[in-house]
Design a protein around this ligand. Structure first.
Ligand code: NAD
Length: 510
């Protein structure tokens, strides 16, 4: 009875938030895509899936909008993104709460997700006046050579459930200032936050005044919608975030039509704790990185590689942290760990724990909790698993709060373990020694896209380039010079000499 009452409450809460954020009621009252809240496991709304005709028409409209948008001066495009950032600021609490309801993130993480959207808008506004090309010395007298950066076209953004709106914003803010138009295929597990974000986008468009229609379109649906985007030659770039299996399916198709791709796929991230490390600092960093977001971040810490001299002490501190962490309703300020997204995630976690046990792992936690209060939801205690070595299960990404712990003696051995997995997203070292920190970041150190010292592997800032190597897909998003992925580079050579000297001294006199 209590759970049913709460379900009705959650659906009502979601509906009220959607209306407040400007989403039309008819878009979330019926349809084949069911939005569930992982807080209770119950359906909170239904949304229509885009059929193939709707996808094709959206691409055609985005391509038309591009013809207008590409000629709008970049700083003016930046003004659009500034307005989007303002709308996000004004709606931060409501959108964050909807993220909590639909993705199960605890309140501060929901707020953090929307803050990331705001931050990338700020970054992109500045960038809109800095899309610089080089002027390059030429070998020919009376010539000038330079680079100009031009918009690409329609950018398709495919996103995962676990960062249901921030990942779109990383792509959208940059793609828009670079002069592109957008089509967004959100995760079928989180359609509501996408509809809410689109409503805020439309508010910004109305304030901007003369933005072309369909600058950005949301297409709710399953993988078939993503596949149609991937196949369509009018979509110049696909930025896809999700599992390695998804990336493996789409990468050859995109390569086959020479489309650009930014692939942000799975991670199996490690931290190395050296004998000199501050254990106080390491324990706090490990706790957040391994248990935060219920282990459902691409950068979640999944493997801990600990020097044998500090192993017992670190493990006893971690056992205390794992035993005391509060698991519960993510809306409740006391909970630090919310629910898993669904039953499949729970089954995958239990399967991995069984495999770890069979391989000699010693497991603390991992069990399902709160079944009486939330019989249709999947809350688990995070699992801390001491492993005799880096077995098959440790070398796979299981998208759940499982931290496998192993020992090392030499830094070489630790780096080898860090790199001996298919993924290459994030990594960390905890040490007070400069030589160890530098070695970990050196060419023969960690092979990941993110290599941190004395902070955990998760929780990146938008100012840096985000992404990883190997089975993580090789893409980079957000800060640094990632904007270049959303533009094409033209090399221009201008001859003002009145003569025609050829490069490399070639003579061709008629
Ligand atoms: P998922 O692969 O199941 O789905 C991600 C998105 O891809 C969804 O929108 C889905 O509909 C779409 N999709 C799936 N198959 C497709 C196909 N064949 N063609 C086109 N689209 C397809 O992933 P998920 O369960 O939502 O997210 C969890 C995974 O995402 C984890 O592996 C996690 O590590 C990864 N992730 C990576 C990053 C990163 O930046 N590297 C960030 C967040 C999540």
């Amino acid at each position: 009875m209590e759970a049913r009452a709460l379900d009705r409450g959650l659906a009502g809460e979601a509906t009220a938030l959607l209306r407040k954020l400007g989403v039309q009621s008819q878009t979330f009252e019926r349809g084949s895509v069911t939005a569930r809240s992982p807080i209770t496991g119950q359906i909170i709304a239904r949304v229509e899936s885009a059929n193939s005709a709707a996808v094709h028409s959206a691409i055609a409209r985005a391509a038309n909008a591009f013809r207008i948008w590409r000629s709008v001066p970049a700083p003016r495009r930046g003004e659009f993104v500034r307005l989007l950032g303002e709308e996000l600021r004004a709606a931060k609490t409501e959108l964050a709460h909807l993220v909590t309801i639909e993705a199960g993130k605890i309140t501060t993480e929901g707020l953090g997700e929307v803050q990331e959207m705001i931050d990338i808008c700020d970054f992109a506004v500045g960038l809109s006046r800095q899309l610089h090309g080089l002027t390059i010395a030429t070998e020919r007298r009376g010539h000038r050579m330079m680079e100009t950066w031009r918009p690409l076209g329609v950018v398709g953004v495919i996103t995962s459930f676990n960062f249901p709106v921030a990942v779109w914003a990383w792509n959208a803010a940059l793609a828009l200032v670079c002069g592109n138009t957008l089509i967004w295929k959100p995760s079928e597990k989180t359609p509501l936050v996408a509809l809410a974000t689109q409503a805020l986008f439309e508010r910004a468009a109305a304030r901007f005044g003369d933005a072309p229609e369909r600058l950005s379109t949301v297409l709710v649906g399953g993988r078939d919608v993503g596949e149609t985007l991937v196949e369509d030659a009018r979509v110049q770039l696909i930025s896809a975030t999700g599992s390695t299996a998804m990336g493996r399916a789409i990468a050859p198709r995109l390569a086959g039509r020479f489309a650009r791709s930014i692939l942000e796929l799975g991670g199996n991230n490690a931290a190395v704790v050296c004998a000199s490390a501050s254990l106080d600092l390491a324990v706090r960093a490990i706790a957040f990185a391994a248990m935060g977001t219920a282990g459902q971040r691409c950068t979640t810490l999944r493997r801990l590689i600990v020097h044998e001299d500090v192993y017992s002490e670190l493990l006893s501190r971690l056992r205390r942290a794992y035993a005391s962490v509060a698991v519960g309703d993510p809306r409740d300020g006391a909970a630090l760990v919310g629910p898993l997204i669904d039953q499949d995630a729970y089954a995958a976690m239990q399967g991995a724990l069984d495999e770890a046990r069979a391989a000699g792992g010693v497991i603390l936690g991992g069990e399902r909790v709160l079944t009486e209060t939330f019989p249709n939801a999947f809350y688990v205690r995070p699992a801390l698993v001491e492993m005799p070595g880096q077995t098959d299960v440790v070398r796979r990404e299981t998208f759940a709060p499982i931290l496998y712990v192993m020992k090392f003696r030499s830094l070489d051995e630790a780096i080898e373990l860090n790199n001996d997995v298919a993924h290459g997203l994030a990594s960390s070292i905890f040490t007070a020694r400069l030589d160890e920190a530098e070695r970990f970041m050196a060419a023969d150190g960690s092979d990941c896209g993110i290599v941190n010292v004395n902070i955990g592997p998760s929780g990146a800032e938008i100012g840096g380039a985000f992404g990883g190597e190997k089975d993580t897909g090789g893409g980079r998003e957000a800060g640094s010079d990632c904007w270049k992925f959303y533009m094409r580079r033209a090399t221009n050579t201008i001859n003002y000499s009145g003569e025609l000297p050829l490069a490399q001294g070639v003579k061709f006199d008629l």
